[in-house]
Ligand binder design. Structure first.
Ligand code: MG
Length: 342
């Protein structure tokens, strides 16, 4: 199996601000696994929040032993070996897992969602993310998101109520709120969520810092909006702490180390009565197309990473009016744009 990888700077269409940072560019690593003339594509979108960068991804890939996997169970076995050899590096591992899934799907001439026997007509609505910004820019972004029936709003700054009031002066669309750990105490989170309960908010993601699981249990007993874990959970082993503290989980391939574990997490979350969101980082159409294969299994989709960038090196999952359609293209269904398009 030939492994190649290349760093790529994804450019944001607009500066993107959440409670902890602002970004204009988001570096990712595009991975290719080739054998028998078939190339599988993968992507690592590393996040400093999880102690990863393109440099750590490169280091991981340089030392990784990639075996050719003819089946998904062989791939799961290899992923277990990679876990055993080095902890963390979940985005780097995701790149391998996605590329190998793509390769297996292409070799079997089947899209992954069909290989898994999923119903491609059963796809939840995806939201469009609006970062923290001035009222003027937020107004412009809402116009840009006209096509999307659901908005995701980043909160967790001093301007939270001003931002929501601004949005509500323009649109009645349901909104999902993501505080990105920004409300530092349970009392503050309670006060904000109680206020949001009157504003047609569908769910609140990660109100408190990731490790505040006891405080989350306290909060959950006092609010009526479903609470969804993002930063509090990366891998399957984190699920145990989530039960009772949240109503749902946001699974991202870059946290779960890829599709193999994401699928296992969905099954276990369902068994525990947790709702499932499939989310993303700022990613190209490689990562987004891979994650979309799981959408028939999800309650919520939040896969707009490739819509927020202006220089996507791939085409793939298409989102129309907030609905991502699964294609009949083999594997993850992502294709390299020709150099002319770049
Ligand atoms: Mg989030």
């Amino acid at each position: 199996m030939n492994l190649a990888y290349k760093k790529y700077d994804l450019k944001l269409k607009r500066p993107f601000t959440i409670s902890r940072c602002t970004r204009m560019v988001s570096p990712v690593m595009i991975v290719e696994l080739e054998s028998e003339g078939i190339t599988g594509y993968g992507e690592a979108a590393p996040s400093a929040r999880y102690a990863e960068s393109v440099e750590t991804v490169e280091e991981f890939l340089r030392g990784a032993e990639i075996k050719e996997c003819a089946t998904e169970s062989e791939l799961q076995e290899m992923m277990r070996e990679l876990d055993g050899r080095s902890p963390g590096n979940n985005a780097a591992k995701a790149a391998i897992d996605i590329a190998m899934h793509d390769w297996i799907g292409k070799r079997n001439r089947t899209p992954l969602w069909k290989m898994w026997g999923l119903n491609g007509a059963k796809i939840p609505l995806s939201s469009f993310t609006i970062g923290i910004d001035s009222e003027e820019i937020i107004g412009q972004k809402i116009l840009e998101a006209d096509d999307f029936p659901v908005l995701k709003i980043k909160l967790g700054s001093e301007d939270d109520r001003r931002i929501i009031d601004k949005i509500r002066s323009v649109t009645d669309k349901p909104i999902r709120v993501d505080a990105n750990e920004g409300w530092k105490t349970p009392e503050k989170a309670l006060e904000e969520i109680k206020w949001l309960e009157t504003k047609n908010v569908e769910l609140v993601e990660q109100p408190l810092p990731a490790s505040s699981l006891n405080e989350m249990r306290w909060l959950r007993e006092r609010v009526n909006i479903p609470l969804v874990a993002d930063e509090s959970l990366s891998r399957h082993s984190d699920l145990r702490g989530i039960v009772g503290a949240f109503d749902g989980i946001n699974i991202k391939l870059m946290k779960s180390a890829g599709l193999s574990e994401a699928k296992r997490m969905i099954t276990s979350a369902r068994a525990q009565g947790l709702k499932v969101m499939i989310g993303c980082m700022i990613e190209s159409s490689v990562g987004i197309s891979a994650a979309s294969q799981l959408l028939p299994l999800a309650d919520y989709a939040d896969l707009d990473g490739n819509i927020l960038i202006s220089n996507d090196p791939f085409s793939g999952a298409k989102c129309v009016a907030g609905r991502i359609s699964l294609s009949d293209k083999f594997g993850i269904g992502a294709e390299k744009r020709s150099d002319d398009d770049e």
